[in-house]
Design a protein around this ligand. Sequence first.
Ligand SMILES: [Zn+2]
Length: 119
Amino acid sequence: MKDTVERVTVNLSTNRSVTTIKEKVFTLSEWREEAKKRFGKNPDNWRFRCPKCKREWSVAEYAETKGRDNIESAFQECLYCDWKSYGLLGTMGDGLVVTFEDGSGGEVFNFAEQKKAEE
Ligand SMILES: [Zn+2]
């Protein structure tokens, strides 16, 4: 069978590159739109899943444990284990890639499989 899946290679800010299917690569604004589509406008309700321990959490839960100042880590550092999406093994193929205007990119956790929360 012919492989018709389009793959994209993104250079990460951590001196690695990652090749993944096009559907998993977002610009920062596309990623925000996707999060809104899934979980609603309030970022507190956005949910992520760890590729290692497979547990899920919301930004609000993350802030409660790690503090408001650290919510930028909610999609890069697991709330439950010590997995980091920017670590050597990235997201082990179970994550997304966000690209920035300068052409670099970073691996982030997948969205949790959950329906949009009530607004
Ligand atoms: Zn984890």
